[in-house]
Design a protein. Sequence first.
Lengths: 99, 366
Amino acid sequence: MERLEVSATSVLRLAPHIVFRFDDTRQRWIMMAPERLMLPDEQAVEILKLVDGKASVDAIVDVLAARYTQATRELIAADVTAMLQDLADKGCLTDDLSD
Amino acid sequence: MTSPIDPSPIDPPLALLAELTHRCPLRCPYCSNPVELERAAGELAEGEWHRVLGEAAALGVLQVHFSGGEPMARRDLLALIATASDHGLYSNLITSGTLGGEREISAFAAAGLKHVQLSFQDFEPANNDRIAGLAGAHARKTRFASAVRAFGLPLTVNMVVHRQNLGGVPEMIDMALALGARRLEIAHVQYYAWALANRTALLPSRQQLDDATRIVEAARARLKGVLAIDYVVPDYHAVRPKSCMNGWGRQFLNVTPSGKAVPCHAAESLPGLDFPSVRDGTLADIWYRSKAFNRYRGTDWMAEPCRSCDRREIDWGGCRCQAFLLAGDAGRADPVCALSPDHGVVEAALHQAESAPPEFVYRHFS
């Protein structure tokens, strides 16, 4: 298999074994992967909620740019791409092509 | 006084290690099970495990690791995986891959199992089987890995390394890739129980360790996004101790085959601690209120050099079991720490590691 390279046109979804959910005990969003627990911050949670296997990275950035007008679209795009690439490298995301 | 709604400022545990049994077809000389193995007759019944899983989820546990021994030696494993899923627990099977195959994996996947961690003793079949003390083990494990991938479950290959197989790290990485693993754990043996009895046969020399570390670092860069490599270094060669279990009673609890709740899988070796049984109280009681779980929690129990150390909430004094095994007192600093007054014991063991290894003492029921 090859590394998933996240680009503006990538359409991503959570890998089948990843669980992203709200935890009632801790009152926060959590993401679970094999032998790993991640505690996404508020910004990461907003991004992850938009990762649905339909929207491209570009479309996700559009939604966030409309929501957070104080940052430039360019900056948001860079942040979102970096975060998603990091999650892809950890095996948390798939584009159905690379696995 | 604490109120029943908010029993304490202690955080709930993140993970439960469910050691279903000590039975295992393998006889690895570094097995992390206690030297006094529990026999089948002493094991918790299926119904008791179902209750424990429910209590764990209610307590806030997020992940459950089904382990052993070999957990597939329990015929109720499938039912327990299903119960874990029903409670929203993220379940992981830690297995030797020497019992069962496609039929079991397919049922586990359907019941909601999320991940399989499969152990190997070496990349090379003959040495794997020699270390495992079981002929044909490598071939069975390889077939098991294919079954895991065939049913779409993510696979972690766990390679336990030591001086008698450490030279094969490049081939271990190739093997993990060939098996379709996304994660490879290269874990140096930790010296407790059976492994402590075999320490001189297992502890690598500094040169061996440095060579292996270089290979792992290069492979990590080359395989970024393809294979994640978790690398656990032997703490004897470190300057500061490991943050054992991320601190006593902070994130993790283990239930042994007979139902004892312990903060880590080696803690039963500690004297003077009365570990509670899940038969006598709820997991919440045990986690928040038992003496054993509070004994080394936080930093109040620490003596110097830990007490005033600026790393006291980073490594939590290191490992309590190691302090007991090497310094005779679980309340002392982990002797692995170069600041520990007992550090000479570790240096002596490292000195021995520079000469030829003795024969293995294989794991067995006494």
